[in-house]
Design a protein around this ligand. Structure first.
Ligand SMILES: N[C@@H](CCC(=O)NCCCC(=O)O)C(=O)O
Length: 256
């Protein structure tokens, strides 16, 4: 069967930041490391600046996968029935978009991969909740990165994750244990509908999930597999599994 000459298009939702206090308009930003990882997989990252929730059904027609990126901003607690912390950096436009994007991508069988904030968005969009400050929860570790350290230190492997035997996570890791990076202050509290935990930190915090019943690839991780993935077989295999799912989705769509 001839393989398509095209690159699968992967939607990476923007984050909205006020980078210039003299410019109240703000900026739509995407950390290059996500786009670089997508490009290294032979995929084409796409960004839809100003995309709103109501645009999602139409825009999904143009892409073959969705990668929900990380961000220093927190999913607003109002999305899971709580009150935002005064210290929260928020991105309501991103929240509104991704709550719709998660549900629509799952329903339509568009491969979906959530990274860090993206995992949290998947869980909340499916009715789950988050710890707003994991490090303040009795019995849970501090999962945040050292704030002023160099990136190599911030993204260094920090704790093990215990992987569900027989899961695709275990297959990608070549075992039921792996060491991953950790750069987050929120974390999964109550799992959303159809969200199953398949990776946990030593303190029990859910760090990797699969959405059951999803017609296509539907995984989320709290760690950052895009970081130095070429040197980390577990990260690399995870990303390639997502890429294969996106390529397959594109080829099926092209044959239709
Ligand atoms: N703000 C949330 C999500 C954390 C997260 O996505 N970290 C990634 C930061 C680096 C980047 O911008 O990609 C939380 O704290 O849990």
């Amino acid at each position: 069967m001839p393989k398509s000459p095209h690159k699968p298009l992967i939607w990476l939702p923007a984050c909205h930041r006020h980078l210039d206090l003299n410019d109240p308009g703000g900026y739509s930003v995407l950390a290059d490391r996500y786009a670089l990882a997508v490009t290294a997989l032979g995929l084409q990252p796409v960004l839809f600046p100003m995309a709103e929730a109501e645009d999602v059904p139409c825009l999904l027609d143009f892409v073959h996968g969705v990668l929900l990126t990380g961000s220093p901003s927190n999913v607003e607690a109002t999305h899971f029935g709580a009150t935002a912390l005064a210290t929260d950096l928020l991105d309501p436009r991103r929240d509104k978009l991704t709550m719709r994007l998660v549900r629509e991508a799952l329903e339509r069988g568009v491969p979906l991969f959530g990274v860090c904030r993206g995992l949290q968005e998947m869980n909340v969009a499916l009715g789950g909740s988050l710890h707003q400050a994991v490090h303040e929860q009795p019995g849970l570790l501090d999962h945040r990165e050292p704030p002023d350290a160099p990136l190599e230190v911030q993204f260094a492997e920090r704790h093990d994750v215990l992987l569900e035997p027989g899961s695709r996570f275990a297959h990608w890791a070549g075992g039921t244990r792996a060491c991953v990076n950790s750069l987050h202050g929120q974390g999964i509290k109550r799992l959303g509908e159809g969200v199953v935990a398949e990776a946990r930190a030593p303190d029990g915090l859910v760090e990797g999930v699969r959405v059951t019943g999803a017609p296509a690839f539907a995984y989320g991780v709290q760690w950052h597999p895009e970081w130095r993935h070429e040197k980390h077989p577990f990260y690399e295999r995870t990303l390639h599994a997502f890429a294969s799912a996106c390529r397959e989705h594109m080829e099926v769509r092209e044959e239709a």
